[in-house]
Design a binder for this molecule. Sequence first.
Ligand code: GLU
Length: 494
Amino acid sequence: MSKKVRVRIAPSPTGDPHVGTAYIGLFNYAFAHHEGGEFILRIEDTDRTRFSSDSEQQIFDAMKWLGLNYSEGPDNGGEYGPYRQSERFNIYKKYALELVEKGEAYYSFETPEELEIMKERQKAMGLPPMYDRRSRNLSKEVIEENLAKGMPYVIRMKMPLEGQTVVEDQLRGKIFFDNDKIDDQVLLKSDGFPTYHLANIVDDHLMGITHVIRAEEWIASTPKHIQLYRAFGWEEPKWYHMPLLRNADKTKISKRKNPVSLNYYKEEGYLKEGLLNFLALMGWSLGGEKEIFTLQEMIDNFSFDRISLGGPVFDLVKLAWVNNQHMRLKDIKDLTDLAIPFIDKQGFDISKFSREKLERMVEISREGTHTLKELAQSLDVFFEDEFTLPVVTEDMNKKERKSVERVLEALASEEGKKSINLFIEKLNNFDEEINEEEIKDILHKLPEELNEGIGKVLMPLRAAITGKSKGPDLYSIISVIGKERTLNRIKNVF
Ligand code: GLU
């Protein structure tokens, strides 16, 4: 029987939770669930200089928001804990010393100044900067003497000096690295803290990680990791290096060119379903033409065969489209619940409307909007009775100018006045609660009764009731705001 799948993400808490963490998290999660395995969160906080205290909590929150729930982690525990590297420091030192004992690692006593000189010299000679391995063969006596004197030291990995290390990447095939070009990597720093390489490998081993699914940028570190597994005599996991998310210019995604914080996507009102679907599409396809799918569909159909390695461009326009599709698919009650905080943030008073009407306006508006924030912003037609008519300003583009002109022309036109008067007359025959069908019927008949084109009749009404030239269907707006407010709006305009 094959071993139970155990995978992990291992983010470093150095700032806002990164969209790349969600991307890699998603693939690990989908694979784990497809295989009936475990998905684990480990916090790699060994680099204390870059640590920021609330960013760990933000990672937990972001993963919870996305529903990428981990079965083991710093905040929910598990059998293989602790899951925070800063709580495991004694473990790493023990393993570093074990490698020294086995002759696979060594003490290195150079001062930072000496290393600097070494680097300068290599630079002057046109060589790549690399530790020249000068402490690799120190005698036992010298080492003991130095340690007894309390000389600061690091522990370095003894890389093989010849041959090649083969990274067997499950997505890319074999990648070969010449051993003599791989640095004798520092494993334990002079302050006793481990480096990423040591802590990562010790933890993956002790936590029983079977598959490492991580970003492409770690490929260059993998030969060191493989050599560490060999030195310890441990079995290496299977490696999968996912294509990096990229800016439009194909550089690695960066905050100067794209929003990278998961907080941004949450605050803008992207649905978790939309963001996950979009991230899935960055590296994978469900097969066929189907681009819109749920996390469960991804899990059910997950296979590494359908990963594409071309550098996926992180395209916000595509994300907006995907998110809109998920807004349309969402149960209207759930979508309304999610939209309410955004509506509140717009300063709109939801107590003006029944729950039923609130749901109806969310339903009407979701078609043409891409995020919950956009949806909430578009609800001004329902909430704002006292709008001022738009005016043409200098900074408007042609399209905006045209749209304002249409509103003003429609209101000023003779046909417009007739249309509005007839509409008022008809509306007055109804009670406050007039339904969509009834309004549809009135609007439908107006052009014929006035013997005018639809646009000439309806545009003035839309302009008088909403102050805009475009928006959701007019009959839906009128039925949501009711007769009284519709009439008041018209009165305000004239
Ligand atoms: N701490 C590393 C990161 O921030 C982990 C990389 C890995 O998965 O090995 O991505």
